[in-house]
Design a protein around this ligand. Structure first.
Ligand code: NAP
Length: 336
């Protein structure tokens, strides 16, 4: 059976996911497209999915009997309405991060899915599918002993003027927030944010860099440096310190060279290249579960907890080093 998929939001990532399904992965076909800018959906049809129908609205796409499953890849502020529509229609739905732009919105999705009584939503936290993080999780489980600390960094060479201080949490740290909950199998209890002096390349409404300190229920302390004008490259670092040893996230594969009296490794500069393989794995996982009428991978609950944690981190940005408590509500049995 070929899963008939509709894509809502045909911008950068929507187009790329459509290409994956049409040209790289097996078991799915793009049969429907919708975008607030109709010309964008038509361009994806012309370039990638010639048999797809273009729908005027995302809701019409979700309700079409031609569509078995939905990808929501529109702007973050519109995710909630389309995910709720997919749940109401009983159709599996892959939603790019964030699940919703507020914790209340993500909670409404959790409640709708729980009321429906089965998993239908996979959230696009693709790092869980990255071979490096999968190996790191395995090393922590089998070798390092119980984790005590995590030291991490998320560095971008530069960001545009529109990128302001809270976006360091909502757009950047959100991936660490999810992947460390998964890596440690633990929940957060508090967040603090410390600002060193502002880097010279930072701009008007951005305090860059910043260090976010998260503490988990089991007492693990995680420090994440977010430095989005670091200039030198796109660099993701993660080191887990356990009772018996230390495990580090592997560097992306790069040819090592001895040149001009230097030992050199290239560093990536574009975030799109860093986790490119993991997008394929996450979407293949979506196709597999959606064919069975359900979803796997990161849940609505994970999306909700990421939103709760993000809100606490943004509050902590305004509290000058003071800790903000993070409360984890009772987890519904659907996400046990
Ligand atoms: P983008 O290029 O701006 O694409 C978003 C598309 O959605 C645009 O074509 C936009 O229309 C369209 N859109 C806006 N409102 C809509 C609505 N109400 N109904 C239907 N379509 C609507 O952005 P992007 O970079 O692809 O990002 C999309 C989402 O994916 C964001 O939530 C982002 O955080 C997420 N993302 C995740 C990753 C990851 O690593 N997991 C990477 C990139 C993006 P216009 O043509 O008018 O702009």
């Amino acid at each position: 059976m070929t899963l008939r998929i509709g894509v809502i939001g045909t911008g950068a990532i929507g187009r790329d996911h459509a290409r994956r399904i049409q040209q790289v992965l097996s078991g799915g076909e793009i049969v429907a497209l919708s975008d607030v800018n109709r010309a964008s959906a038509e361009a994806v049809r012309a370039d990638i999915a010639p048999n797809a129908e273009v729908f005027a609205t995302g809701e019409e796409l979700v309700d079409s009997p031609k569509v078995d499953a939905v990808l929501v890849t529109s702007w973050g502020t519109t995710h909630e309405q389309y995910v709720l529509a997919a749940i109401a229609a009983g159709k599996p739905c892959f939603c790019e991060k964030p699940l919703a732009t507020t914790a209340e919105g993500a909670r409404r999705i959790v409640d709708a899915e729980v009321a429906r009584g089965k998993r239908l939503v996979q959230v696009g936290f693709m790092r869980r599918y990255d071979a490096g993080y999968v190996a790191l999780k395995d090393a922590v489980r089998t070798h390092t002993g119980a984790p005590i600390m995590v030291h991490a960094a998320h560095r971008n060479p530069a960001v545009p003027e529109q990128y302001i201080t809270p976006m360091a949490i909502h757009d950047t740290l959100i991936h660490e927030i999810d992947v460390f909950r998964w890596l440690l199998d633990d929940d957060y209890v508090s967040a603090r944010v410390i600002f060193p002096r502002k880097a010279a390349r930072s701009h008007g409404k951005l305090r860059d860099p910043q260090i976010v300190v998260l503490e988990t229920a089991r007492g693990v302390v995680i420090d994440v440096e977010i430095f989005v004008n670091c200039h030198y490259g796109y660099d993701i670092q993660c080191e887990v310190v356990g009772e018996d040893g230390i495990a580090r996230l592997p560097e992306p594969m790069a040819i090592q060279m001895r040149l001009d009296a230097k030992l050199q490794n290239a560093i990536l500069t574009d975030w799109k290249d860093r986790f490119v393989a993991s997008y394929d794995v996450e979407l293949q996982d979506f196709l597999k579960a959606a064919k069975l009428g359900t979803a796997s991978g990161p849940t609505s609950w994970d999306g909700y907890m990421a939103a709760v944690t993000s809100d606490a981190c943004v509050q902590a940005q305004e509290r000058d080093g003071e800790a903000v408590a993070i409360r984890t509500p009772a987890r519904p049995a659907l996400y046990a």
